[in-house]
Every structure is written in C-alpha cells, then in structure tokens.
Design a protein around this ligand. Structure first.
Ligand SMILES: Nc1ncnc2c1ncn2[C@@H]1O[C@H](COP(=O)(O)OP(=O)(O)OP(=O)(O)O)[C@@H](O)[C@H]1O
Ligand SMILES: [Mg+2]
Length: 1059
C-alpha cells in the first residue's frame, strides 16, 4: 500500500535495529513454541531488556536491580511516539494509553498482573511517574500530581509488608483512577482499596514482617514522639513485630522511609492533629499487642493495672476501665438485661487481636478516604475558568476540538491503574491467601474474557474466518469459589452464619460434601493415595489457574466473620481519637443487621471492580518474576515457564498472531479517518461499511492487511493502523490549518467590515464637516461677491460702507498690478496702466513720481561726458526741435569732440591759429559765391572765429562778432548759411556750406560763439549776400534725389529727400 510504505519502511528499519537482542514483539517470533518464547525472553533479560511485547501487551520480567531506563530522557523519548517505533517500554504503553484516551475520548485501564514480587507495584509507580512528568502541567495541577505520587509511600507504609515472596508486598488491592481533562492535564485521582490483609497486624509467618509503618515509627520516629506514644525504640519489644523474627531487613531502610512518609502525609493534606491521631493508633496497636492476660484460676482472663492497657486507653482516648472490661468480658444482652460474661485467656487474646485488626483496618480505610479527598478533582472549576480566560488561540483550539470531537473541554476521561496483590503460595496458606488468589483468579478471568475469549467470539460474530485457539478458561475455578449457594464462599458464609457449633472443620466437611468431585478441589479425604501424602487433614487444595495451593482451613470462619465484640465497638465509638471515633461510627451504621462476611464483601467488591474495568479499554502488563531469591541476573527458567503458562501468554500470542491487532466499528473508523479520503470527507452518505471500504481502498490497504466484518473493520498489523493514524495526524493539522485560515479570514473580514464601517462613518462625519465648511464658505463668498458687486456698482460714488471694501480691493489690486507693470524706461510713455476712477489722481501722482524717479535714476547714472553731450543735445533741441525735418534722426546720433583730428589739419594752418584754442573741426562742402561751385573745405572753430581752410590755406576767417546770423532750411538737407556782416564789397559775403554733421556743427558753434539765438530755420529759401550789395538766394525743395545745383534764376537750388 502506498500510504504506509514509507512509514512501514521507517518502522521496520527501526525494528530490525532493535532486533539485535532477540525479538521485541513475540508476534514476530518464527515459531510460537514455549521454548522459543522463553529463549527470547532469556536472551533479552540477559541484556537487561526486561520488556517485550505481545502485540500491545507488555511482558515485563523483574530484573531485581535498578536499570537506567526510567529517567527523564527516556520519558521524553517515548512521549507521543507510536507504540512500535521505539524499543518496548512501560512508558510506550503508558503513553499509548494516554494518547488513545485523548484522541478517542474514552476511559482506559492498565491491568498489571503477575504473582507476588513480579513487579506490579513498581510498574504502576513507573506509570504514575511517567504521567506526572509527561502530561501538560500547571501549578495547580502539579499539586494534584504530587498528591498522587505521594499517596504511594503512605499507602505502601500502611498496606505493604515484607513477605517471603516480596520485601515490599502489597497486602491490599489498589485500583487508582487518574482523571484527565480534555487537554490531557491530570486533574484528579481516586483510589479504591481492596481487602487489607489485617491478620498480619497480629500475626506474621516466619520470615515475614508486619506492615512497614510499625517498624518505620519505632526505628525512625523522633524521640519526643516515641515518648509521647509510650514506645521504645526497639522492635523486639513488641509482640506484634517479632513473630516473623525478621524485624530488621537489609533491603528496607525504615528510618528513611519514615521521613518519606512523614513528608508525604503533609503533601496529602493530613494535618498535624490527624497525624498525631494516626500515629497514636499505630502505637496503640503495638501496645495492644503487648497486653498480656493473667488467669484468675478459673481460666478467666484478668487484666490488672496493665501499663500497656493504659497507653492504649490513653492513645485511643477511651476509658481504661471500659477497655479492660471490653477485653476481658463479653456483654450479653438477654432481653433487657446486660450480662457480663468473662473471657477465657484465649478469648481475651482473640478480642484483643480483633480490636487491633479492626483499628488498623479501619484506619487504613480512613487513610484511603483522606487521600481521595485530597486528590479530588478540585481543579475542575479553575480549569474551566482557565480555558475561558485564555487567549483567542486557545479558544480556537477548543473550537477545533469541538469540531472534531464534539467534546466539551470540562469532560474528564480516566486511566485506571490496577495494582493488586499477586498470586501467592506459602508453606501455610490461610484465608488471606484464599482471597488474594481468588482475586487473581478473577483478574485472569477478566483477562481471558477481554482478550482470548472475547476476541475469538468477536471473530465468529463478525464472520471473520478464524482458526480457534485453545486456551484454559479458569471460569470453572472462579465458579468453584464464588458460585451462589454452591461456591466455597457461600459455604463458608453458611457455616459462619448457621447456628450451632460451626467450626473450620465442619466447613471443610461441607466443602467435601458439596464439591467432592470437582476437578479443581481436593482434600485429604478426597485425595488419592499419593496426593493425600501432601495434604494435612485440615487442608483443602485448589487447583488455581496459576498452580496448586493448599489452604489450611484453620481460622477461616473467624477471619470471615471478622467479629468485634459489641461493647468494644461501642467503646471505640466514644473514642477521643477523632480517627477512631469516625471509623467506628461509620463502620456499621445498621447495628441490628449482621454485617456481610469478609469473603462476601470481597466478592462483591471484586464484582464491582470487574464492572468498572469492563467499561473501559484495557491495556495489559504481565509481570514475571525472574527468580524466587530476588537476585538480579537470575533467569529461573522453570519458574518463568510456569508463569508464562498460567498467565496464558502463549495462547495470547497465538491469538494475536492469528488475529487482527485492531478493530473498530465502521461508524467509529469512518468518523475518525474520513478526512483522509475525498470521497468520504466531509460526509459519507451511504452505508458506513461501504464508506470504510472506499476509504481503505483509497488508503491503499492490501487485501491481506484487513478484513471487513459484519459491523467492524479488522486490521491485521499495528503498523497499518499507525500509518493511517500518522496520515490522520498530518491531515488533522492540515484541516486545522484550513479551518484556522477560514476562521482567520472570517475574523479578518469581520474586522475589515468593522473598519470599513468605521471609515465610512468617519468619512460621513468628515464630509459633513467639510460640507458645512463649504456651505459657510459659500455663504461667505456670496456675501463677499454681493459686496463686491455692490461695491462695483457704487464704485463711482464717494466712499460708503457698500463700496469701501471694493474700493480698497480695487485700489490694492490696481497698485499690485501697477507694481508689476511699471514702465521700464523714461521714454516709455505708453505702458502706464490706466487707473480706476478712484485712483486717477493717485495714478497721476504716482506716474509723475515714477518718472521723476526714473529720471533721477537715469540722471544719476549719466557720466560727465554724456552729460555734456546731452547738454549739447539739449541746445540742439532748443534750436531745431520741431523746425528742421532731419532733426529727429539726429537725436540718436551722438556728438563727437571733433570730426577732424589735429593731425589731419595742415601744420601751417595750425601754426597760424596756434594761439587760438581749436574747439571743433568738421569737413564741409563750400559753395562758391560766384557760380556756387562746391569746394571741399575744413571748418575749424576756435574760441574767437571760424576758419574755412583749404589744405594749408586759410580761405576765410569769420570772427564770431561778424557772424550776424546762421540760416538752415527746414528740410532734410545739410545746407548752412553763415550771414556775415560785410560792409566792404571786397570782403567775402555770406558763406554757403553743406555739412553732413549739421546739428553737431551748429550746436558746437552756437555754444562756442554763444549764437543760439542767431540760428534760424527757414522755409522756402534763404537770402544770401554774396558781397556787400550783391544778393542771391538758396532755394530749398524736396525731390526724389538730393541735389544741389545752380538754378536758372541764379539761386542755389537744394533738393532734399522727403522723409
Ligand atoms: N522494574 C524494576 N526494576 C527494578 N526492580 C524491580 C522492578 N520491578 C520490581 N522490582 C523489584 O522487585 C520488588 C518487588 O516488586 P513489586 O513490589 O512491584 O512486586 P509486586 O508484583 O507488586 O508484588 P506483590 O504482589 O507482592 O505486591 C521490588 O521491591 C523491587 O525491588
Ligand atoms: Mg505490589
């Protein structure tokens, strides 16, 4: 099968590795013979491998030495690991029971069986320790655990004793329920105790001891305590401790154990007062044992001034006299009278011992009850609270649990641990052994019923092909003991209850009568010759499942009656010792009815136990005793073979090998594993069996690995199941993850929706706020606009409230814009923004200011030369502006200092006018006075005169004083006429010239000669005086081409271009 292939490989790999020493699971043995079985056991035992499986049953061989396999590391190793993945161990079984309980939510019990000394109690302690360490814990639960663990030393001190078979033999039966909550926390415990071997209090066989507590108190008790209790530190001093002649045993350390017990008593909540009472009782028993009777000569018992008696009365808090009376007289109620009948010494001893046994037995029960109270599951409420208050994750886990298992977290499941006295055979066996062995017989019966018989019946019922395995069914022995009206117990009760002289021997006879030919019953009388030799007359022998046991019938009736005389009982009910008082008051509430006999009580308690166990799933530990001498390393093959045989291990193995390791009802199997197959998950709509078939096909089970019964599926190998379980575990996590994801998604969506709603709400509010603001703004805007419009409309009016703001705005606006758009140059007269009406005046002022500012800036920025030049230009302007057409073009042309440098003036000329400072020179065209012939000349202006020069010749000198006027035309020509005063006809008359730099020339001249006012701009023609009395004229006109020529009228004609 594909699914398990890998797991199988892993597992088998591990198995072979561990197979080096024998075989770990007997099921894998090649042959199922007893020899092979023992050889494997021996092989493993020799290597200290004391555990071996038969399927899920654990076989344990007592090593009688401490092995290093019970440490924390080992516990961790086995925690949560599949059964067959690690070498066999008691932890594996404990862990598997625990996890099955958690996953399947049902109750379990671990049946630990084996004969006395085989290691049952040790095994149960190991299991308890494992749970204490491996289960999840909280402080609160830790105390419950401590109590569970600490109950052990206390119960062992009071209920265990050294026997010939075992130095720490359980002399009571113990069934302990460990309660777990659904999280797997151990939350409480409860103990049921079964028949304490009380006779041990007053009598021990040779080589045996009384209950440990007596020795612990005497050996370990503090001096003060012993003094208070009137005890001596010497076990030999006490009759009840010395009969076995082995008060001190090397394997037992009473002193240390005392400390452990004292400490444990505190842990299990037994306070100081009760502890005092408890030890008072223990001490009183020891004192009672030392109470000796004297004879009064008539064979009546006497008890005079006995110190031991006083200690007893003192410790038990009862009246000494009444106690004395109770121990030496019997109170007989005859009609309404009470008669005291004296005891013989034997009777008195009997009464004394009965009291000692009763006190001790009752105290033991009280102790168990106190332990139960202290271990009671008080954690429940707090556990519930815890699960409520813890984080969301935990809630989620609970949810998942509910989802998977429909389980509420406060529900408890239990694992029961049954550790009861083992089967035992002594040299002399009495009523106690009879009860103990009967108990073991019952447990064997239970084992058979739950395994062999039930298993085979189940195969039949389920129609599974099956080869029946023969096994010995011990029901026949159980019936022999317990059958109503016919069984040994019934006969014993009859003898106890019948009037007349019933004795142990009459009981024996009754048995011989009733069960004379029972194959498992034999007495001296019934036996054949050879057997008879091994039997005394007062013996009867039972052929138990575990072997023959010969019981001595002496004491059976008394022990079964377990009578305590009424007056003693009443006395105890008045005890000042609270424990005694409580025990005896509770003991027998209905005093008129005769109490049930011990055997009957025991029988019914075993019946109840069987019912308790039958309702749970069973796990088995079969303990084997390796040798009788309690020696490590000794493998007594005969002894072990015997145990293997009677424990039915071979049969169990055969059934296991032939059978199926695991079976489940179809519904249960399907419910658990349906997530593993898409066809069955989440629901299978058809018949469960069909669903299972589909499921296992999907999982790839091979045909020989499983069988389909009527109502159940049977799986042959554990490994198949483990692989399925592993897959389920994996899948469960995946499903949980999916659920978690869905749930997280769901939560996140919810969260998102909430956030979105919140956001929308905030948004709405915010929008509201915004809208209100907007509305306010608009209302404000309307007001402002209204005002603006009104202002606009009344802008022309004087300042009123309606327009004041508008006007201010207009003003500000205008000024702002004006600021950005000011004219950049002085000459720019156009860009000044036209002002609104209210600012006309202001604008004008500003404009002027601005221009002045610009002018000032400009003026400040002008260099002196430029300034001089501009001053000249100003002169030019004053003369020509608006008069001569070519003036505007000239404005932009700068004036220069001179047009002819001194180098270009002839030296001779310079020499002539050396004394006069040359101010300016310019080339001109001079027109002759006669004929107007043009001649190029230089005109040099000095301070006093203007010289007309031709090369080295000064052609004419015009003194400024004689220059009476200067005329130019209004057109664009460059003609200049100097009007010169000329009175002498020989002198040259007016000078006519043409100069390209007319404005520059005339400006300079006017400044030098101060002639501004003499320059005339003439329209039409200029009259000239050629020489004194001879006149002509220069006429001006405009044309296409500039020309200068002598016109026919004798005038000089100057044509200039039209601009
Ligand atoms: N796993 C073990 N490791 C070491 N020693 C062990 C182990 N099991 C048992 N023993 C030894 O064997 C002794 C007897 O064991 P235990 O008391 O468990 O027997 P029992 O089966 O309970 O007998 P009984 O029926 O008399 O009560 C122990 O005191 C201990 O010394
Ligand atoms: Mg025991």
């Amino acid at each position: 099968m594909q699914l398990v292939a890998q797991g199988q490989l892993d597992m088998e790999g591990a198995l072979t590795a561990r197979d080096r020493v024998g075989i770990q699971d007997f099921v894998l043995l090649d042959e199922t013979t007893e020899t092979a079985f023992l050889s494997n056991l021996n092989k493993r035992f020799s290597k200290d491998l004391i555990y071996t499986y038969i399927g899920t049953l654990l076989v344990s061989v007592n090593p009688y030495k401490q092995l290093d396999i019970y440490n924390k590391k080992q516990m961790d190793l086995y925690m949560g690991v599949n059964f067959f993945e690690l070498p066999p161990h008691i932890y594996a079984l404990a862990d598997n029971a625990y996890h099955t309980m958690l996953t399947e939510f049902n109750n379990h019990f671990i049946l630990i069986s084996g004969e006395s000394g085989a290691g049952k109690t040790e095994a149960s302690k190991k299991i308890l320790q494992y749970y204490a360490v491996s289960c999840p814990s909280t402080t609160l639960l830790n105390t419950v655990r401590d109590k569970m663990l600490k109950s052990n030393p206390v119960l062992e001190a009071f209920g265990n004793a050294k026997t010939l078979k075992n130095d720490n033999s359980s002399r009571f039966g113990k069934y302990m329920d460990i309660q777990f909550d659904s999280q797997g926390d151990a939350v409480g415990g409860h103990i049921l105790n079964y028949l304490l071997e009380k006779s041990r209090v007053v009598h021990q066989n040779h080589g045996e001891r009384n209950f440990h507590i007596f020795y612990q108190l005497v050996e370990g008790g503090e001096d003060d305590l012993l003094r208070q209790l009137g005890l001596e530190r010497d076990c030999q001093h006490y009759n009840y401790l010395t009969q076995g002649e082995c008060a001190i045993v090397s394997s037992i350390n009473d002193k240390n154990d005392w400390k452990t017990v004292k400490n444990a008593l505190q842990v299990i909540d037994i306070d100081e007062i009760n502890t005092d009472y408890l030890f008072g009782i223990v001490a009183s028993v020891l004192h009672l044992g030392n109470v000796q009777f004297e004879s009064d000569g008539k064979n009546h018992a006497l008890l005079n001034n006995n110190t031991e008696l006083h200690w007893v009365s003192n410790l038990l808090g009862v009246d000494a006299h009444s106690l004395q009376e109770g121990l030496t007289y019997r109170k007989i109620e005859a009609q309404k009278d009470q008669v005291l009948s004296p005891f013989t010494i034997d009777h008195a001893i009997y009464a004394r011992d009965a009291l000692a046994k009763a006190i001790y037995g009752q105290t033991f029960t009280w102790l168990v009850n106190r332990i139960n109270e202290s271990m009671e599951n008080k954690a429940r409420r707090s556990v519930c609270n815890k699960s409520q208050s813890e984080s969301g994750e935990d809630d989620f886990i609970t949810l998942i649990c509910l989802f998977f298992f429909c389980q509420d977290s406060s529900r408890k499941t239990v694992i029961g641990l049954l550790d009861i006295y083992g089967f035992e055979v002594f040299y002399v066996n009495s009523f106690e052994q009879f009860c103990i062995n009967y108990c073991n017989e019952k447990l064997q019966q239970l084992f058979i019923q739950l395994t062999l018989k039930a298993e085979q019946e189940e195969y039949e019922a389920e129609d599974i092909e099956w080869e029946p395995v023969q096994f010995f069914n011990n029901k026949i022995i159980c019936d022999l003991v317990e059958e109503r009206h016919r069984g040994i117990i019934s006969l014993l009760d009859e003898e106890c209850l019948r009037p007349g002289d019933a004795t142990d021997l009459t009981f024996l006879e009754r048995m011989e009568e009733k069960m004379g030919n029972h194959p498992h019953f034999v007495t001296h009388k019934l036996a054949d010759k050879t057997t008879r030799k091994t039997l005394e007359r007062g013996d009867f022998r039972l052929l138990h499942y575990a072997g023959e046991v010969t019981y001595c019938v002496v004491g059976f009736l008394d022990k079964n009656n377990d009578l305590l005389y009424r007056n003693i009982k009443d006395l105890m009910c008045q005890s000042k010792n609270a424990i005694v008082r409580k025990c005896f008051t509770n003991m027998d509430p209905d005093s008129r009815r005769r109490p049930e006999t011990v055997a009957t009580q025991f029988k019914s308690s075993l019946l109840k136990l069987t019912e308790i166990l039958m309702a749970k799933e069973a796990w088995y530990i079969r303990c084997l005793k390796s040798n009788e001498s309690k020696q490590p390393g000794q493998f007594d093959e005969a002894l072990i073979r015997h145990q293997v045989k009677y424990l039915g291990l071979m049969e169990h193995l055969r059934v296991r090998r032939a059978g199926f390791a695991y079976r489940r009802k179809y519904e249960v199997f399907l419910k658990r594993y349906k997530p593993l197959c898409p066809a069955t998950w989440p629901h299978w709509r058809g018949m469960p069996a069909d669903g299972v078939e589909v499921l296992v096909q999907h999982l790839g089970y091979l045909p020989n690995e499983y069988k389909m019964g009527r109502t159940k599926i049977f799986i042959r190998h554990p490994r198949t199941l483990y692989a399925t379980e592993d897959a389920y575990e994996k899948c469960k996590h995946e499903l949980a993850t999916r659920l978690q994801a869905k749930y997280k998604g769901y939560k996140a969506k919810g969260e998102f929706r909430k956030q979105k709603e919140a956001a929308t709400k905030i948004e709405t509010c915010w929008r509201g706020v915004q809208a209100r603001k907007e509305r306010e703004r608009r209302a404000w805007a309307v007001k402002v606009i209204k005002k603006f419009i009104k202002g606009y409309m009344t802008r022309g009016q004087a300042k009123i409230t309606d327009n004041s703001e508008y006007l201010a705005f207009v003003r500000q606006n205008y000024l702002n814009r004006l600021k950005e758009n000011l004219p950049k140059t002085v000459l720019d007269k156009t860009t000044w923004m036209s002002p609104p009406a209210v600012l006309t005046e202001t604008s004008e002022i500003l404009r002027k200011l601005h221009y002045r500012l610009m002018v000032r800036k400009y003026v400040r920025g002008i260099a002196p030369q430029k300034k001089a030049q501009l001053q000249l230009k100003l002169v030019t302007s004053s003369i020509f502006k608006g008069k001569k057409e070519s003036y505007p073009q000239s404005v932009a042309q700068p004036f220069v200092d001179t047009r002819i440098s001194e180098q270009d003036i002839n030296v001779r000329v310079l020499q002539i006018i050396r004394n006069e400072h040359i101010k300016y020179s310019v080339p001109v065209i001079k027109y002759d006075r006669n004929g107007f012939k043009p001649r190029p000349r230089q005109v040099i202006l000095t301070q006093a005169a203007a010289y007309v020069v031709e090369e080295a010749k000064i052609k004419q000198r015009v003194l400024y004083t004689f220059l009476k006027g200067i005329s130019v035309s209004n057109l664009t020509d460059g003609m200049i006429v100097f009007h010169i005063t000329c009175e002498d006809p020989k002198e040259k008359g007016d000078l006519v010239m043409q100069c390209d730099h007319l404005f520059e020339f005339l400006t300079k001249l006017s400044v030098i000669a101060n002639k501004q006012n003499t320059i005339k701009v003439v329209q039409g023609s200029i009259k000239i005086e050629i020489q004194a009395g001879k006149e002509s004229a220069v006429d001006f006109s405009t044309g296409q081409e500039p020309m200068v020529y002598k016109a026919k009228n004798g005038h000089l004609m100057v044509v200039s271009l039209v601009l």
